[in-house]
Design a protein around this ligand. Structure first.
Ligand SMILES: Cc1ncc(COP(=O)(O)O)c(C=O)c1O
Length: 421
């Protein structure tokens, strides 16, 4: 007999992450998965990383000890230098905290900024893991629709005002994935970046700038300025080694003003005391040896080829008119609109056919947790192009095509037209 636990109200209201649930289905033998947002394990720098294990021999006594909650100092210093360069402002160690994944940055930000019932403004669609974290502290969501340039920042004041009139309080946070978004692949244009920060500042609402894909550009212009470089205060910048090195290291970081970093550190003290020092030291050594920048060059080429392979396969294989999308210029994802279809039903058929993707509805909060107008994501599908091998990308798109051809009005294959870039 189960012990009669009396769960907290928050625990009672928590639902399992849909991604984790769907994941189980994507693990079947022979399945080609475009579902998870995973890097390609074939490109992990296993040998270089293993060689960095020398730090265990040279500095084992401190590396194997508990570390500072703020982070392993050599890594903090490396990241401060990189962030000073990126943001064009001096970033000292008091402005930076290392986290156990950028997922933990969200958790720290949520714990120090949000009370149950508070509203987070997010673009729709957004990263399901962020919804999960904000939800777990009892937050609700006010949604700003997106177009090909990311969040419709022109609608942001209206969304903030509406949330204020419906809840009696201003939203507490704006959350945005600014470069090659998960899931939409879109990047905020430079003018929208400036406008977003101006609007948020006018209302006194801080911004969480989640930017793990910034360095993964395969086409188009150079990287856009970060929000934080435009404004400084009131912006929390977050990034991670997960996509540019390996998610297994669970090392990420946040930059913000010292008073906020201090609060986040106090919150983190109660979460995990410190991010594992062993992996921080390995990552620091990896960067110190100059591997990271070389690796970035390599993965950009590698993923550019995969993005091109998926773009070509989708165009060639999918029935004409069955899907619409813009080819991403970076990041990990294609975001397909499947006109007239419910992606969740397509997903069930796709699993039967041996190919998996992420149904778009997981990237939108449900009606009961939405303040103001909802956004319907049922017709969308997220396809990750980085994880599958090039052969599997082609075969997976063929399987998608069979699913989309079956029981639909579309019978004619490409070429061309299917992908309206
Ligand atoms: C936009 C975004 N933020 C945060 C994360 C979490 O990454 P991490 O592995 O650093 O916790 C992900 C992972 O997919 C992501 O896509």
């Amino acid at each position: 007999v189960d012990f009669p636990y009396r769960f907290s109200r928050l625990a009672e209201s928590m639902r399992p992450s849909p991604i984790r649930e769907l994941f189980a289905m994507t693990q079947r033998a022979g399945m080609i998965s475009f579902a998870g947002g995973l890097p390609d394990p074939a490109i992990f720098p296993v040998d270089e990383f293993a060689a960095c294990g020398d730090v265990l021999l040279s500095q084992g006594q401190s590396v194997l000890q508990y570390g500072a909650t703020e982070g392993w100092r050599p890594l903090v210093d490396i990241l401060c230098r990189r962030m000073t360069e990126l943001l064009g402002q001096e970033i000292g160690p008091e402005r930076l905290v290392i986290a156990t994944g950028s997922q933990q940055v969200m958790d720290m930000a949520a714990r120090v900024l949000l009370d149950p019932g508070d509203t987070v403004v997010a673009e729709a669609p957004t990263y399901p893991g962020a919804l999960h974290t904000f939800r777990s502290v009892g937050a609700r969501f006010a949604l700003v629709p997106c177009d090909a340039e990311g969040m419709r920042v022109d609608l942001l004041p209206e969304v903030i005002e509406r949330a204020r009139s419906e809840t009696g309080r201003l939203p507490k946070l704006v959350y945005s994935i600014v470069s090659f978004s998960n899931p939409s692949g879109a990047s905020l244009s430079p003018s929208r970046r400036v406008e977003l920060v101006e609007v948020a500042r006018r209302y006194g609402v801080p911004v969480l700038e989640d930017d793990p894909y910034r360095e993964l550009r395969y086409a188009g212009e150079a990287a856009q300025p970060a929000f934080r470089s435009a404004s400084g205060e009131g912006v929390i910048f977050a990034s991670s080694f997960s996509k540019i090195l390996a998610p297994g290291v669970r090392v990420a970081w946040a930059v913000a003003e010292p008073s906020l970093i201090r609060r986040m550190v106090i919150a983190k003290q109660g979460m995990d005391l410190c991010t594992p020092v062993v992996t921080q030291a390995l990552v620091a050594e990896y960067c110190r040896r100059g591997h990271l920048d070389r690796h970035l060059e390599k993965i950009r080429d590698h993923y550019a080829a995969k993005a091109a392979a998926m773009a070509a396969a989708l165009r060639r294989e999918l029935p004409l008119g069955a899907a619409k999308w813009s080819d991403p210029e970076g990041g990990f994802f294609f975001w397909l609109q499947l006109p007239g279809r419910k992606a969740r039903e397509v997903f069930d058929a796709a699993i039967e056919e041996g190919v998996a993707f992420l149904p778009g509805e997981t990237c939108y909060p449900g009606p009961s947790e939405t303040v103001g107008e909802g956004v319907d994501g049922r017709a969308f599908a997220r396809l990750c192009f980085t994880f599958a091998s090039s052969d599997d990308i082609v075969e997976g798109c063929r399987r998608m095509s069979r699913v989309l051809t079956r029981g639909s009005a579309f019978g004619v294959r490409g070429p061309g037209g299917a992908g309206e870039s």
